[in-house]
Design a protein around this ligand. Sequence first.
Ligand code: N01
Length: 865
Amino acid sequence: MDTTQHDVIVIGAGFAGIYAIHKYRDQMGLDVVCFDAAEDVGGTWYWNRYPGARVDIESVHYSFSFDPELQQEWHWTEKFAAQPEILRYLNHCADRYDVRRSVRFGTRVVEVTWDEQNDHWRVTTDKGDVVTARYFVSGAGTLSVPKTPDFPGVEDFAGQTLLTGNWREDVDLAGKRVGIIGVGSSGIQAISEISKVADALYVFQRTPNYATPIANYPTDPAEEAADKARYAELREASRNHFLGVPYSDVQPSALAVSAEERREVFEDRFKKGGFRFFIDSFGDILFSQEANDTAAEYVRESIRKRVQDPRTADLLCPTDYPYGTKRPPLEIDYYEAYNRESTHLVDVKANPIQRVIPQGVRLADGTEVELDVLILATGFDACTGPLLAMNITGRGGVRLADEWADGPQTYLGLTMAGFPNLFAITGPQSPSVLYNMPLAIEDHVDFIGDSIQYMRERGLTVMEATAQAQDQWVYETNALADMTLLPDSASTWYMGANIPGKPRRVLVYVGGAPRYRSICDNVQRNDYRGFAFATSTAEVETATPSPALDPALAAIVEILRGQGFTGFEDAGVEGSRAAVESFTAMQAPRKEIGRVVDEAYGTDPEQKLRIFVPEGEGPFPVVVYVHGGGFVAGSIEVVDEPARDLASRAGVIVVAPTYRRAPEHRFPAAHDDAYAALEWTADNVAAYGGDPSRLGIGGDSAGGMLAAAAAIRARQEGPELSALLLVNPLVNPVADTPSRREYAEGYIIELADLQWFGSQYLNGPEEVTDPRLALDAADLAGLPQTLILTSEYDTLRDEAEDFATQLLGAGVETNVQRFDGMTHDAFLMSGAVPRCIEQRLAAADFLRSALVEGAQEPEVEVVTA
Ligand code: N01
């Protein structure tokens, strides 16, 4: 038995392990040991040697990028390399970086436990080794645990049984009667090859697949030279692309073009091959069923053209799940295989496999198919399987298997709360297979290396994701998947749906590589947001973590940074207006509602309003909703989408005015206009189906202040109001609160922005005592019932919550709801920030209860969402 201590234990010697060993051992000087159950390097490419195994991303892109010399020197013989060549490449890399001396091959990890006394991981292997290390890095892969065969009698089969996911031998199938179960990527590749040599091939198909041409060809020297001449640029473009490939021809919507144009695009992408059809044709294929239908039908047409027997063609055409919701297999002559007399398609959906018998397979109707070889191409226990197979126990004796009983819980798909210093390269809920794997792996290996370095520089020993950060990540991952058609596929492994009893949760982050990478950048740039650090396990639970900003907002902060946005003052008046206007790009599609009418309530071009009437029978209650934008920016267009959303969810008419903006019009122009719009609404809304006796007002940010000030004025001058809705409101331009100091930078609206906006609107500093601007100095008694929505990481949070306390003190029925992890303006970003929906629902519930159903009970404390 070996008992040794190391700095890092790495699992797996595939792409991930090879780079991790090189990085941590050679570049960082750490003591690294790696375990792999295989007898040599290669990972997936070691285990999957079935005939036809081949990569589905161009090899020039599906390869390491960290070593410029390697990528210049290596020559791929084909556009999409076959398994033997990729394995040769990985062997070359293993030699080049001398990784084998750090790997214990033929050794399987059977137990992994965090030792709290010594702040390290203890790993036990099937050889009886016990080794320890401060850091545990899994490079065990996503598709490395084959699904356990679920056919009774499989062990009784008298012939040879082979598993595509564990196929190492060279098997001669010539002249044999071969059966293959499964038509995923593995089955499809294998069928194409085996059909050429087998005496008879029986394909047992349960769910047909949408396979499209790979369009492989021998490497063209001119193309290779051109690619190598701009390799760095290609890698950069890859990392900025959803799938990690440098494609740039995607068009927004399959529904926005004519049928002819659509066909041209499909034909072109089919011809180009690879994932061009899937990811480089139309951007809404994975989001809109209607768009998806056009792609699915195109694939079905191509199948019908290629398969001679119409009944077989029909059976091969998928019809009951959307294209792309299973990883689209790429093929070479797959459909032609069915034109061979020796290939037999067996529909095991209609006539299921009853059991495997010694001589072959027996179907439900009693048919027996005699076989010499049975191949199981039945897939993998994807993403979670490889980690769960290692029997991992974290801090406090918590077992990963228990934590994940309802699906994976991770932060960034890389770490887990309760499992200190444990990292899963391309783990569940990371982009993994939806991001060109070698690049996804390099990013993770680098992130982990940087984290270790960060800790070493600060004398820290333990790093762990917080539960809040993890919960936010799980929410983001599930919410993004729910925006796609993925959940509509009955058996996709992306959702764990291929394994009986496995929880139905998305296993892959579907936000795309650029969004994911922005989030990771934001996490690292901000002292590892969402992680707690300590010098011992005992302290990690009480350590103060860096704020766990909602991942979607972290991505937006980084995108703004990447676009060179350095604040509203630098952007100037026009730049600020354009920046706020660009929020519309982050909104969900505008909902269809009953009616939308534009009107004017004054003679200035900015004194306009838009009336949003919901579906159904009026008269409807009415809310005037005043947009934000620091009195300088913002418009009806920016609130059009939220206004439709509130109108339809709450069943109220929303009237959204614009108003004269600063600096052209200073205080009190915007205040006067907001009130004038309210008056106009009270006088005129009946003509649009509104009931002015059930009237409320609301607004966000500076619009919140305008709404509150108008409500205060209306108390004396009318109209009578029944509701006040304030979303992240400005309460006092010179408030001095902890949230203004703590979240002064890096959270969408910065303290400097507030100061600049104030300087544009106010005529002079003395004005800030005016109770229309210093709402906290106003008499608040008699205001209508109020809901204030605040965000944890908003400079304006504390003044808004203090204002709620003042309102309650003045006898106003007031609720406050604070949204953890959120920032200013998230309320406007329904398309980019999944948790925006929580704020919208809270606002709509309030309006419905205050205006539609009558008064609600007051609540005094701050409740967090
Ligand atoms: O596995 P799969 P795979 N009775 O899960 C069928 C990657 N990969 O190994 O859909 C009857 O996709 C199952 O039928 P159904 C790639 O990411 C990449 O082929 O459950 N049939 C399905 O047809 C890929 O997505 C490449 O009804 C049963 C098949 O088995 C992932 O690996 C090449 C059954 C499983 O398909 C997995 O692909 C290969 C049962 N009891 C793999 N159980 C490249 O090109 C399962 N099936 C790089």
